[in-house]
Design a protein around this ligand. Sequence first.
Ligand code: GLA
Length: 389
Amino acid sequence: MLKNRNVNVSNSDHVGKISDGFQKQFGSGPDIIVRCPGRVNLIGEHTDYNDGFVLPMALPFETLIAASSSEDAQMKLISEEFGPAHFSLEDNPMGTSGWGRYIHAIGSLLAQSNGGLLGWNGYICSTIPIGANLSSSAALEIAAGMVFKHLGKLEITLTEIALIGQRVENEFIGVRSGIMDQIACALSQRDTALLLDCHTLQTSMVSIPEDVAVVIMDTGTRRELRSSEYNKRRESCESAALDLGVPSLRNASLDDITNLSNQTLRRRARHVVSENKRVLNTVKAFSTGDLLTAGQLFTDSHLSLRDDYEVSGPALDRIVEVSLGAPGCFGARMTGGGFAGSALALVARDEVNNFCKFVKANFTAPRTQPAETSVMLYVVEACDGVSVL
Ligand code: GLA
């Protein structure tokens, strides 16, 4: 059986490597090492900012931060992949560009609510593919939030850190994203998917049947401008809810949305309302081991995202089409924000090798959307959320 193929789960090598990196950079060992996983969303796409349901799980990909407190508000950070970021927590995070802004903004928001904070020196490395819709930015936010919590001895819960991470995206990065990614990175538990009600933030753990494997298929395509389309979708949902006189699309039924005269808004709303149902039906199907139904719900979700919500893309459509013809596949769909990046498939465990071979042999990114990195397939098991090592 293939487990976590091509994926580095935190092991002593990985931890040793980050300690050494920190030591080399800062001249002594770190006070703390935090790991935070990326996430894949099994189903429930573009429902989180509509107060709906989502079903993500944490991945064996992770971001590690080794850190030690400094004496003042200065932050000196080195990312193994992206180089240095230096700033003061007393300055406005908008003055920090690139990846450093995520951590700067987390620190500023925590400093506002906790009355000032000391900075830290940090060494960061990550195995989460960037731009693959696997939540590399949420993992960075939650990992940094945990470092601030522990070094600053802050009385703050994981859910509060997650909400601060979402504010960073909304207020400092310009993506009006929902809460799914941050909650998934923070609260997931090994061997289970996390059912999250985005209205109440109530969570429950959902077992994934043992005879099925989750395969992530990173098409290698990336898209820079997805945040503007993302924000447009959110606005459409808000307009649809306003037209229907409900607080959010969570409160609308399929019957209600036939009252929307604007055809685009009607299609957007139909996706959200039907997707919420699909999440709850997937949970039911998992509980009875009904993989045919679960797979069909995944595929229906993809079609709805492609046709009604219009957030898929040529490469995602193609890899879903190829995987649906592959051995052992119960269903497949794009995952995350969309447009490029990754899709996932539910595959019979005893067919997973044949499935991967088939997809590798038959998928190439379409000419209209060339890949930037090579196609990667990962057979993943659900992991724990953020932790201090
Ligand atoms: C991105 C956002 C999430 C969610 C998904 C789509 O990952 O960060 O909040 O909206 O897209 O389901």
